[in-house]
Ligand binder design. Sequence first.
Ligand code: EPZ
Length: 439
Amino acid sequence: MGWVMFENNPDNASVIRMKGGIPLYGSVQIQGSKNIALPIIAASILVNGKCTLSGCPDITDVDSMFRLIESAGAIVCKNENQIYVNAENINEYCMPSRYASVMRSSVILLGALLGRIGEASIDYPGGCVIGKRPIDLHIFALEKLGAEIDIVGNKIRAKAKKLTANTIHFPFSSVGATQNTILAAVYANGITKIENAAREPEVTALCDYLNKAGARVVLSDNFLNDGIIEIYGVEKNSLHDVEYSIPADRIVAGTYLFAVLATSGRVELQNAPIDNMNSVLHTVIEMGAQINKDINNSRIVIEVPDRNMISNLDFVETGIYPGFPTDMQSQLMAVACTSKGRLCIRENIFSNRFKIVDELKRMGAQISIKNDNEAVIDGVASLEGRNVIAKELRGGAALVSAGLAAEGITTVTDIEYIKRGYEDIVNDFARLGAQISYD
Ligand code: EPZ
């Protein structure tokens, strides 16, 4: 087959094929953030008016969330640059299984629907299979606000004649449960206080959006330390027309940085959310890359003149923000496979997020797993191209990085996972000079 360098169409493709060993040069625009867009689209259910969103990533998870709010009665229209949601007539509380069951973040529609129409029925959420993903914290918080929740078979039914503010202390930090609680509390009577809320940028962006629409969500002065959020309930249906630009995706930006570490080259990331990337940037610099940041223009330039400059750190563990993100763990593992020395990664957030290990080993990586949540990677001189399978979103993207660095041809199958979070990873890398195409 010939290499199609540009604009090869991702829609029907299920395989990515690449020839590795080519350094990356050029510049790439970072898409809007999936994990910010999803709760913001769900939050639009609370807005008794029109929401104008720009920078929404064109990915399958976002599409599913739009289908879900349409089922609730929202009208969604798109033009090239913006998406308009009219949520004046939200009237349906039963969410269709087809979209809800495939995506973890559908669960935050519980808070939004309860807040707006006092009732919700939704499938137990799906999403990437990266370990046990219970929703007990979501249910605990919504019940604290006065909702009655029943789980029958695979359906979650929630009802609340009225929601009343409360203090909710989370025993550990959960991004989704924090978002769900905020959504349910916007129209609750009184002041809801969340203690030990998740501090991720995906939470603060949701607060920002709701405040622009007329909600009163206040982060404590010391938010990164104490995780306290207060939501002052506002009059029912008072959230009004709002315009919002979805911030850039810190995980996509990090994925592209790690791809340059794996292949060498010089790449400029445009529209990079630099402020939210400290731990990843720190790791990349410590491993030997040169980084230049232009904070005013949201640009990062990464330069790796020679692959041999890259060495493994001894130990990296994932953590809640501002720690090293679990969503970057597979990408770090992929680059560690061909970096000098030994890296031990400890995964502290999810119980089964090492699905990529067998695939990397088939490419020649030396990895062993200890205590279920620790992986020890001994760098080898190079990986070899193989047919590998994407088993979840970030692991799939990391396999693309591994393939770009490997000797020979790599094919990654089951790329539906990758399309859930990356608009067009193939053409992004092709523009940087990689020999890569959809197959
Ligand atoms: C969000 O998932 C992200 N998803 C994930 O990104 C990300 O990995 C994760 O936060 C952590 O940063 C979206 O934003 C759509 P959590 P979420 O609740 O909200 C446990 C990606 O690749 N937990 O913070 O589901 C849970 O099992 C994805 O884009 C409970 O025990 O994550 C996990 O171990 C994948 N009970 C930990 O908490 C609960 O009720 C943190 O999960 C909820 C969570």
